[in-house]
Ligand binder design. Structure first.
Ligand SMILES: Cc1cc2nc3c(=O)[nH]c(=O)nc-3n(C[C@H](O)[C@H](O)[C@H](O)COP(=O)(O)OP(=O)(O)OC[C@H]3O[C@@H](n4cnc5c(N)ncnc54)[C@H](O)[C@@H]3O)c2cc1C
Length: 428
């Protein structure tokens, strides 16, 4: 491999960058994969669930060798008030089977494995180097600058994550606004494998995903999450940045109190926190997509804003993997022409894939979620409704319709109906 010029430089060895490097190296390209962390995954964070379909497309049967933790067979969504949890619980073997299977993952292991696959395919991985700038020649991107070093390439893929300063330098996107981004904080809490299986009613190797709305963010826009790993639990909170000024609690304080909630404390009891991390997550979806390519450069994964957060589901890794694959395919099919015109194939490939289809489908959801009733009034409504339904104190029992309408009227019948209608529209 030539020392001073590569066919492709990929910045960032997360799911997007390592997938692109894997595909390109497999197609015979000379690829340099640069990662600022000491090892791929060391700087990365996720809630913890990988929807496997897009990696299955790139590497059929990947789950047999990848360091996935547990197959998710249990989905629980809970509305929390300070004292109460009202949940919807699905446990089913129907969630299993390729390509719809999903897995809990720990990024330190998973990202290292994926980057190793890129290396095995022939990519040159250089960890511990931060790319500071883009190198330009004749007005187009022609490589990267890291410290004193300039590395040249025919084309550069920016897969450097949510706050991609390089995509900004390339003129592809503008600085993130506070309502377009959320702050996540997460703990990994160690517990023995059999304790996890007992507590969450799981068979060996099966996993649970739990999402929480309400008291976990103290009524702010966001939510809590909990994923079971093999012998640990990933637990955290995500809160929209624009909703944090004036908040009585910081996000780390929210995590601490979330762990103490009466519905959560028994799940993590006796566990030992072995890792703590914080990270940004994009929130604005289709409405904030940047320009995806220019002469000599493409942007993929979080750097391009490819994240779907629809409350009961957070997806970024499957989109990152698919966009890394599309970026690689666009470069391969460009056959040496790295002009913006030739690289526009990238956008076409994304438009034909689930990435743009799903982002478009849920484009109204971020605006719908900017509604505090979801995080303050509805958990309370669920608490009142359910505690009333299940309380027997000898007093005359009101009719079912009165029991339901009482708490609904407190929020406002028209407001509730309007929110249900808008929620349905945002998801349809
Ligand atoms: C709290 C939270 C919960 C989430 N939960 C889920 C979930 O359950 N499921 C899901 O699918 N998604 C989830 N996501 C989103 C998911 O983590 C991301 O969408 C995914 O990691 C994006 O992958 P990526 O490769 O684009 O970027 P990243 O994973 O962020 O990788 C970018 C890489 O680039 C490197 N880098 C950055 N700058 C430079 C530089 N200048 N030079 C060299 N290297 C650089 C970084 O170190 C990193 O390794 C969550 C995110 C957060 C924050």
């Amino acid at each position: 491999m030539s020392q001073d010029k590569f066919d492709v430089i990929v910045v960032g060895a997360g799911p997007a960058g390592s997938t692109a490097a894997y595909m390109l190296a497999g197609a015979g390209k000379e690829v340099l994969l640069i990662e600022r962390g000491d090892a791929p995954g060391s700087k990365n964070m996720t809630g913890g669930r990988l929807y496997g379909h897009s990696l299955e497309q790139v590497m059929p049967g990947f789950a047999k060798e990848a360091p996935v933790e547990r197959k998710i067979v249990k989905e629980v969504i809970s509305f929390l008030t300070p004292d109460t949890s009202v949940s919807l619980d699905l446990q089913s073997q129907l969630l299993l089977g390729s390509p719809k299977e999903s897995y809990s993952v720990l990024r330190a292991e998973f990202d290292r494995w994926l980057a190793e696959k890129a290396e095995e395919a022939g990519a040159c991985l250089v960890p511990g180097i931060r790319v500071d700038d883009l190198y330009r020649q004749n007005g187009r991107v022609a490589g990267v600058i890291a410290g004193e070093d300039t590395m040249e390439a025919d084309v550069v893929i920016l897969a450097d994550g949510v706050n991609s300063l390089l995509a900004q330098k390339a003129g592809l996107k503008t600085e993130l606004k506070p309502h377009q981004v959320a702050v996540g904080a997460k703990e990994i809490i160690e517990l023995p494998e059999d304790v996890i299986e007992d507590r969450f009613s799981l068979n060996q190797g099966e996993g649970a995903s739990r999402l929480f709305v309400g008291d976990c963010t103290k009524g702010k826009i966001g939510g809590g999450f909990l994923y079971t790993n093999r012998n640990s639990i990933s637990l955290g909170v995500v809160c929209t940045l624009s909703d944090l000024p004036g908040s009585e609690k910081t996000v780390p304080e929210m995590v601490e109190e979330f762990k103490q909630h009466p519905a959560v404390r028994p799940l993590v009891k006796g566990g030992k926190t072995v890792e703590y991390s914080g990270h940004l997550v994009t929130e604005a979806g289709y409405g904030m997509l940047p320009k995806l390519y220019a002469d000599g450069v493409l942007v993929a994964g979080d750097a391009a804003g490819f994240v779907i957060n629809i409350g009961y589901m957070v997806r970024g890794m499957d989109l990152a993997i698919a966009s890394g694959e599309a970026a690689a395919q666009a470069i391969i099919s460009a056959q040496g022409d790295h002009s913006a015109h030739a690289l526009s194939r990238y956008r076409q490939l994304l438009d034909q894939s689930f990435v743009m289809r799903d982002l478009k489908q849920y484009r109204k959801f971020p605006a719908f979620m900017e509604n505090h009733r979801i995080f303050q009034d509805y958990p309370k409504l669920a608490e009142e409704l359910m505690t009333d339904l299940f309380s027997v104190d000898g007093a005359p029992a009101p009719s079912l319709i009165k029991r339901v309408l009482g708490p609904v009227k407190k929020v406002g019948l028209f407001k509730v109906a309007g929110d249900v209608w808008k929620g349905g529209k945002a998801l349809s």
